[in-house]
Design a protein around this ligand. Structure first.
Ligand SMILES: Nc1ncnc2c1ncn2[C@@H]1O[C@H](COP(=O)(O)OP(=O)(O)OP(=O)(O)O)[C@@H](O)[C@H]1O
Ligand SMILES: [Mg+2]
Length: 315
């Protein structure tokens, strides 16, 4: 019995009686149809459904069988194709998204890299200036005193002795200057005393009293670039407090929260930071961005001023 005969019997309101052979044939067709309907679209999506449709048209079946299979095909394939399509577009979106993220990251890195290069350049210029204006000037005056002492040595030994004394003092001053410049290039105090100890020394040197609150884990040690960035930011921020804020005191807070190193320098002074007036804050920002961190300055006119740094310090 064909599907058409079954339909006719049902339409005539008769009782449906299937012989064993025709029932098996129908079941076989159904199973084959359902299997191809389910597997083919999953494998190849709409293209395979189209192919199946063409095959249906060419198959030596009666038109009612074709309509029935076509309907089942549509019924089963539409959600499958929808799924395949949405998965496909989902995949495209994921790929597009990660491409966009990658592009943003590259842009970020290029920016922070050029920031780091700028920071490095301005560091070099500062060191050159420090050596030029400080140490070199002292060595020039030292050489002049020694030359003068040499000339008057025979005629006026007493004057020569005084000049030599001055030259020795000048040499000591030059050494102190040189040490100060070296300290700004690489802070050995960080290696000797850690960030906590180094900041204690900075706070002790500050002209404005500083309340220091540092809570850091003993282990694992913090990455040196992150520590160095925080160290120099605190120095510059405290120098700014002394130079510009008119505050009576300042607070420095340093914490390690999760995989972030956070530091804050706060004063209750006059506020109104204007980054365009100098290079200190710009330099701090470049230094922090070079280690993938962020620097935020909050300083409404009238105060308070808060310089906050957030740097990743995970492995
Ligand atoms: N804590 C502060 N309180 C009030 N004003 C501040 C404070 N810190 C900075 N400023 C203002 O912001 C300006 C910019 O600071 P920045 O550190 O960039 O430059 P600077 O200190 O003037 O010069 P330098 O380049 O030597 O650091 C300062 O000139 C000052 O007017
Ligand atoms: Mg400054």
């Amino acid at each position: 019995m064909s599907v058409t005969e079954i339909d006719q019997e049902v339409a005539a309101g008769g009782r449906l009686r299937l012989s064993g052979r025709s029932a098996a044939r129908c079941l076989g067709r159904l199973v084959t149809g359902v299997r191809s309907l389910l597997t083919v679209p999953v494998l190849a999506g709409s293209a395979s459904v189209a192919l199946l449709g063409v095959a249906l048209l060419l198959a030596p079946w009666e038109w009612r069988d074709r309509v029935l299979f076509g309907a089942v095909l549509a019924f089963v394939s539409v959600p499958v194709i929808a799924r395949i399509t949405s998965a496909f577009y989902g995949l495209l979106l994921v790929v597009g998204d990660s491409k966009r993220q990658l592009a943003e990251r590259v842009e970020d890195l290029s920016r922070t890299r050029s920031g780091a290069v700028d920071a490095h350049d301005s560091d070099l210029r500062r060191i050159e200036r420090d050596l030029h204006d400080g140490t070199q000037a002292q060595l020039v005056s030292l050489a002049m005193r020694l030359g003068l002492a040499e000339r008057v040595l025979e005629k006026d030994p007493k004057a020569a002795q005084a000049l030599l004394g001055k030259a020795r003092e000048g040499a000591e001053e030059a050494m102190t200057e040189l040490r100060a410049v070296l300290r700004t290039m690489y802070p050995p105090i960080l290696a000797d005393r850690g960030l906590d100890g180094a900041l204690s020394a900075v706070a002790a040197r500050s002209a404005v009293p500083v309340r220091l609150d540092v809570r850091l884990p003993d282990r694992p040690p913090l990455p040196a670039p992150a520590e160095t960035a925080v160290y120099f930011v605190v120095i510059e921020a405290l120098t700014n407090v002394t130079k510009h804020s008119a505050a009576k005191s300042a607070t420095v807070t340093v914490r390690c929260e999760g995989e972030r190193l956070r530091a804050e320098v706060r004063d209750e002074g006059r506020g109104g930071v204007d980054e365009s007036k100098g290079s200190g804050i710009r330099g701090m920002r470049q230094r922090v961005e070079a280690v993938d961190g962020t620097l935020c300055v909050n300083s409404p006119s009238g105060g308070p001023t808060c310089v906050a740094v957030d740097i990743p310090c995970g492995s």
